[in-house]
Structures are given as structure tokens and as C-alpha cells.
Design a binder for this molecule. Structure first.
Ligand code: AMP
Length: 226
């Protein structure tokens, strides 16, 4: 939480699927007492509860396509309205299109706020494909990677022995199309935020702790160096 009455910071984590926005978003939010708002997580929650919105979103998600802007903007506004204005927020996986970025500006402007910092996490495409397509998760929430962090027994959780799950949108073909969607629809947001002087680039290939330090340093600076 930030000072009472002061509008909270709004930080956006931008970058391709698999670059570590989720991992860094959770860490950043925890370390600063901010809310972590991941539209991917909000959609997966909606899907699990069997809500109409979740069912609508499922087909897009399974194909690795973007869920329509109006659905996403509605979800985000609902989430923002549930938080006090003084609450800092880190967005992960949102905005993903210029339309979403403009809608975010509009929603924040209503409260006299604006996006304070955008961190563009970057990594090479081969690494991204291995990170996502290799991802397996246990029903208990533990996440493995068959290339970088495999379980002791193939396909089974070390902790519970249960079979590991492979998200439908983490299959290699879907990963390639998610990366193509990123290049076309989302990558232009880097220029959009660069022009406003709020964009900073972060190397997403390193070790998780080192990336977190780099993220913290940027977030603490008053100005982003040109
Ligand atoms: P993620 O967990 O962020 O990789 O999101 C998983 C999937 O949810 C994406 O491939 C999209 O289908 C959908 N999704 C998440 N965030 C958005 C967004 N901001 N705009 C459109 N679709 C989204």
C-alpha cells in the first residue's frame, strides 16, 4: 500500500508469452504491497467457475488467440473498481492491444491516474518456446519445466506423485501462434509507451532473482532514462 490519499503507482509488465511476466509480477507486487492483476489468471478463474464469460473466452485461449478487447476491458475495470485508488497495481498480460491501452488510460484518468512505468521484458524466441512448451503443472500448483526444471519421474509431481498437466495453450503449435499474435498486436505497445517516456527494457533471459532486482531498480527511479 502507498500513502493514504495518494494515487497508487500503476506498472505494466509487457513482453511475449513465456518471458516471465507472471513470475516477476507476483514478486514485484509482493515486495511493494501492490495488487497483481493478470488478465490470463482472471480468465482462467472465470473458466474454472464455469461463468458465461469464461466459456466465451475458452475457445480463444485454447487457440492462442486474443480474447476480444471489450471482454478484457470489462474484466479489468471491474478489478480496478474493487481496489482503493491508493493501491498500487502491477498489470501482467494487459494491455495487449492499443485499444486496451487506450481503455486503460481512460479508466485511470477517471481517477486522475496514469500508467507510471512500463517494463518490456525481452528474450529470444527459441528460449520462449522451450519455456512455455516445456511447462508442466501439478494439480497442487507446483510448476515444472521438462527442459529446465524436470520432475524426478517423468510426467509425475515430485511432491504428490500426481500426473502433471500440460495447458492446452502451452502446446508447441499454439505457442508459435501466441508469439505471432504478440508480434502483430502487442509489440507495437512498446512504441506507444516509449513515446510517453515511461518504457524501460529488461533482459528477461537471466536468473529470476537478478531480473527482479533490475525490475525493482527501474520501478524505484523517478524518471526512465531516454
Ligand atoms: P496469459 O496467461 O497472460 O499468457 O494469457 C493466456 C491467454 O488468455 C492468452 O493467450 C489470451 O488468449 C488470453 N488473454 C490474456 N490476457 C489477455 C488480454 N489482455 N487480451 C486478450 N486476451 C488475453
Amino acid at each position: 500500500m502507498e500513502g493514504a490519499g495518494m494515487p497508487g503507482s500503476v506498472v505494466v509488465l509487457l513482453g511475449p508469452p513465456g518471458v516471465g511476466k507472471g513470475t516477476q509480477g507476483v514478486r514485484l507486487a509482493r515486495s511493494r504491497g501492490w495488487a497483481h492483476v493478470s488478465t490470463g489468471d482472471l480468465l482462467r478463474d472465470a473458466r474454472e467457475t464455469g461463468s458465461e464469460l469464461g466459456c466465451q473466452a475458452q475457445a480463444y485461449m485454447d487457440r492462442g488467440e486474443l480474447v476480444p478487447d471489450d471482454v478484457i476491458v470489462g474484466l479489468v475495470k471491474e478489478r480496478l473498481n474493487s481496489l482503493p485508488q491508493s493501491q498500487g497495481v502491477v498489470f501482467d498480460g494487459f494491455p495487449r492491444t492499443i485499444v486496451q491501452a487506450e481503455a486503460l488510460d481512460g479508466a485511470l484518468a477517471d481517477d486522475g491516474r496514469r500508467v507510471s512505468r512500463v517494463l518490456l521484458l525481452e528474450a529470444g524466441e527459441e528460449l520462449l518456446v522451450k519455456r512455455i512448451a516445456g511447462r508442466r503443472s501439478s494439480p497442487n500448483g507446483r510448476v515444472y519445466n521438462v527442459y529446465f526444471d524436470p520432475p524426478e519421474r517423468e510426467g509425475l509431481c515430485d511432491e504428490t506423485g500426481e500426473p502433471l498437466l500440460h495447458r492446452a495453450d502451452d502446446q508447441p503449435e499454439t505457442v508459435r501462434s501466441r508469439l505471432a499474435v504478440y508480434r502483430k498486436a502487442t509489440a507495437p505497445l512498446a512504441d506507444f509507451y516509449q513515446r510517453r517516456g515511461v518504457l524501460a527494457r529488461v533482459d528477461g533471459e537471466g536468473e529470476i532473482g537478478a531480473i527482479h532486482e533490475a525490475v525493482q531498480t527501474i520501478v524505484q527511479k523517478k524518471q526512465v532514462r531516454p
